[in-house]
Design a protein around this ligand. Structure first.
Ligand SMILES: Nc1nc2c(ncn2[C@@H]2O[C@H](COP(=O)(O)OP(=O)(O)OP(=O)(O)O)[C@@H](O)[C@H]2O)c(=O)[nH]1
Length: 395
């Protein structure tokens, strides 16, 4: 009898065990299916990268919590987790940017304006004083011809207008005239016939070209323009990466090619992408190897020709480092001969007390300074304004 009871008990335990195991396996399968993500749809990626292996551990055997055994119902399947959207930066608008940059410009260029004012305020404006004024202007890279012109005009006005003249006011007026407030400094960033504006950014490596393309991209975003950037400086891989980072930060697409590829083909692809996406502006960073004038002409000429099969180039901006003085002027001449420059971007004015280069380079090229760079910060680029610039000089 005992034997029989023991046998029956063992048998019941076995049946219960199998039943428990069965429930556990079924529940485990169900919960595993609920957790498994649906495969990525077409177009979400290329190659096997999107088909990542399931990384979750299989469900542990045993009785699951009650909420896990509910039958799956329509809509209960977890939505595929979208990749976390990167937080886009909102670039600074041009109004506050100008204000902040004016202060910075005043700090770096104050010496020039203050020096001139101190000399002009002397009791007697003798020959030595006028020579000192000339030297101050030449040291600030204003250039020989504009310096002589300015000194001539100041001498005449202060003599003719007499002792009560406000020297500061006269100096301000003459400096503004020298910088030329009449030049059209608007950036031609939009195209016609539904095509985007194409802005080629040229200049020697290290002048701040790639940084400037990124900064202009930010200005466009701040002004609600849609833009694409082309990383056609294919000779330096870091420049391409640098531009990609600028684009990511503000949500602007960056078209790039393999390292060492033909800059013209990257520029072409960028404009093609811009056309298809219906953007307002395509910004193209170009390579700035100054190997020789012919090489540069060939390269930039090809970029322009190829791009213009799709849309006219609306602006060619030459980026010049303000701290390079006469060297910068030599570069400017070579680029002017290689390509039709329509505007100048003067970078690193914050690191130079030689704001006079604005006057010299405009005279040399006959094209206006349209933008100035006053720092390494992402929004340290502003439209150039003659009067604001002179006011910053005078402090
Ligand atoms: N202080 C200061 N630094 C600047 C300014 N603009 C650019 N820079 C710095 O200048 C350096 C060179 O800038 P890039 O943009 O890499 O120069 P690039 O001409 O594109 O050179 P590649 O990338 O080699 O083609 C970087 O460290 C920039 O941060 C500016 O306005 N002020």
């Amino acid at each position: 009898m005992d034997l029989l009871t023991d046998w029956a008990t063992d048998w019941i335990l076995l049946v219960v065990g199998i039943a428990v195991l069965g429930v556990a396996v079924t529940v485990g399968l169900l919960s595993g299916a609920r957790r498994r993500r649906p495969p990525a749809g077409p177009g979400t990626g290329v190659g096997t990268g999107t088909l990542a292996p399931e990384r979750e551990a299989p469900p542990a055997p045993g009785l699951p919590p009650t909420d896990e055994v509910e039958a799956p119902v329509a809509g209960d399947v977890a939505a595929p987790e979208a990749p976390a959207a990167p937080t886009l930066e909102r670039p600074e608008g041009t109004a506050t940017r100008l204000q902040r940059l004016r202060q910075r410009l005043a700090r770096s260029q104050g010496g020039l304006g203050q020096g001139l004012l101190a000399l002009l305020s002397r009791d007697r404006l003798d020959e030595d004083t006028w020579e000192d004024i000339e030297d101050t202007l030449l040291t600030a890279d204003v250039g020989v011809a504009p310096t002589q012109e300015l000194v001539g005009r100041l001498r005449t006005r202060l003599r003719v207008e007499g002792g009560d003249t406000d020297a500061r006011q006269v100096l301000r007026e003459e400096l503004v005239a020298l910088v030329d407030p009449e030049m059209d400094r608007r950036l031609q960033v939009t195209g016609t016939d539904g095509r985007p504006g194409v802005v080629l950014v040229v200049g020697v490596n290290g002048a701040g070209k790639t940084t400037t393309v990124g900064k202009i991209g930010r200005i466009l975003v701040a002004e609600d323009h849609r833009a694409v950037m082309g990383a056609a400086d294919t000779f330096r891989a870091a420049a391409v990466e640098q531009l990609a980072t600028w684009g990511e930060r503000v949500g602007v697409d960056v078209v790039r090619g393999p390292e060492g590829s033909d800059p013209a083909s990257v520029a072409f692809e960028a404009v093609k992408h811009g056309l298809e996406a219906g953007v307002d502006t395509v910004l193209v960073d170009t390579a700035g190897r100054l190997q020789n004038k012919q090489g540069l002409m060939d390269e930039l000429g090809k970029v322009k020709r190829v791009v213009e099969k799709l849309a006219p180039v609306t602006e060619v901006l030459l980026v010049l480092d303000a701290t390079t003085g006469q060297n910068g002027m030599v570069q400017a001449r070579v680029f002017r001969e290689a390509v039709d420059v329509t505007g100048i971007v003067l970078t690193k004015l914050d690191g130079s007390a030689k704001g006079g280069i604005v006057v010299a380079v405009q005279r040399e090229l006959g094209v206006p300074v349209k933008l100035v760079g006053l720092g390494e910060g992402p929004d340290d680029l502003a439209p150039f304004d003659a009067e604001a610039f002179v006011d910053a000089l005078l402090g």
